[in-house]
Write a protein that binds this ligand. Sequence first.
Ligand SMILES: [Cu+2]
Length: 245
Amino acid sequence: MSSRHTTGASNPGRDSARGPLARLGAMDPLDRLGRLSWRRPATFARNGGVVIGSIAGILVGLAVTVALVGGIAAGVTRLTRSNPPAAIKPHGQVTETMEIQTGTLAGFGDQPQYSNPDWTVHVGERVTVKIVSFDDGTAPLMGAQMMYDKVEGSTTGSETAGGKTISSVPDTNVAHTFTVVGLRFNMPIPAAPTGKSVTVVATFIPTKTGTFTWQCYAPCGAGTNGMGGAMSTMKWMEGKIKVTA
Ligand SMILES: [Cu+2]
């Protein structure tokens, strides 16, 4: 029986002895912020001596590299730079509660799933996100993902987890993240004690209207890179936040 979530120790889906580089290569979260791809046309490959083709290939390759590096830098900047002063009027308070459940979900066995994936709030509203996680497995953050071990964009600069005020979770103890890149908000979710839940709470104030995707950046799903199963199933590790006026 696959029991990734029944104990923290036996967690083959996430904590097996896969090489860190193998995982890193396949799941850089910044890839999802706008990867560009370019494939050399077959004729160029067949006629390697065609100077024009080669030069064009080099130029396009350079352009893609510059665009990719720029895109990654923009993604990092979006999440990590401090929030600008919000010129918005206060709009009350709301609490959105989400649970991370595991073990009873049809189709993906022990894969974890967030409840309440889609919700609507107001710009200027104090939005308290309360995440009750029953998942005792970990999905350690690696490489570029490690930026998501820190709380970002909350009103206090911190979150409470199990009643303690913290500003980050050790990468090796991260189970999930609740990350809204478009609103520069990030909550790392630590592994729950086995057989118990952990409640993680943070408050943010959306400063612009629109529809924003939240997603988990921890490789908490199935497969060799942790990006299958829950991570590739709609509304399990991602959803939409609509911010209205
Ligand atoms: Cu997750």
